[in-house]
Design a protein around this ligand. Structure first.
Ligand code: HEM
Length: 201
């Protein structure tokens, strides 16, 4: 079996199941098998899926640097899956807010956004991720040509907004959003350095 075939048949399904573990863990906690959801189950679920959305976003951005550092070209074949999982988790995060927290009430939604403006920043980030997910297929990629890469560079804006959205709501301990921000700064630094090198060489 060649490496392309092996990745498609063996490794992609394995990575797919690993990416689903946060959902299985949440279900386990819901039924008190792996733990529990604490005193505020809605907030617990919303927070954990928001965090997973951000983690997968940063993981998808880390694929290219890892590929260049290690020379393992096959890593790129997992980037789309990781990006789509980021969108998937952020969508669950948003759906929990919309259905369980706000109960789809327009008055509650507008009140929450005006009281907690960090939500609008999250909304912007989600909108970008939705556009990137919708244009992630090979068919659209070849249709858009060079513009595809320009559009997909917006992933960095989505990440900045996602971290800002988190940081803005923190009241006491900002350690976690600071760590996310440092990781993102590192990834952006790598990206800028690499594109400069490409221009020089
Ligand atoms: C329309 C879109 C979004 C809405 C309505 C929304 C809403 C919220 C709300 C209400 C909270 C606070 C929950 C609480 O009270 O503890 C929150 C937290 C959070 N959100 Fe979002 N969000 C959105 C998009 C995003 C996006 C796109 C990301 C990531 C890329 C994200 C990541 C997070 C994270 C990491 C937290 C903090 C979790 C924690 O406290 O550990 N959210 N979001």
């Amino acid at each position: 079996m060649d490496i392309t075939h092996q990745i498609r048949i063996v490794w992609k399904p394995i990575v797919f199941v690993i990416c689903l573990l946060p959902v299985l863990h949440a279900i386990g906690d819901m039924y008190q098998i792996t733990g529990d959801l604490g005193a505020n189950p809605i907030e617990n679920l919303q927070d954990r899926f928001g965090n997973w959305g951000l983690r997968f976003l940063l993981l998808s951005l880390a694929v290219t640097p890892c590929r260049r550092i290690t020379g393992q070209q096959w890593l790129i074949r997992f980037r789309r899956m990781l990006g789509l999982f980021s969108f998937f988790y952020v969508l669950i995060h948003f759906t929990i807010w919309l259905l369980l927290d706000q109960r789809l009430l327009i008055s509650a939604i507008t009140e929450d956004i005006s009281e907690r403006p960090f939500i609008a920043v999250g909304f912007l980030s989600l909108t970008i991720l939705a556009a990137l997910a919708a244009t992630s297929t090979m068919k659209i990629r070849s249709k858009l040509g060079r513009n595809w890469q320009k559009l997909h560079n917006c992933i960095y804006i989505a990440a900045v907004l996602g971290i800002w959205h988190y940081w803005w709501q923190v009241k006491i301990d900002a350690t976690e959003p600071i760590i996310y921000a440092l990781v993102l700064a590192l990834l952006i630094g790598f990206r800028l350095r690499y594109s400069n090198l490409k221009r020089i060489v």
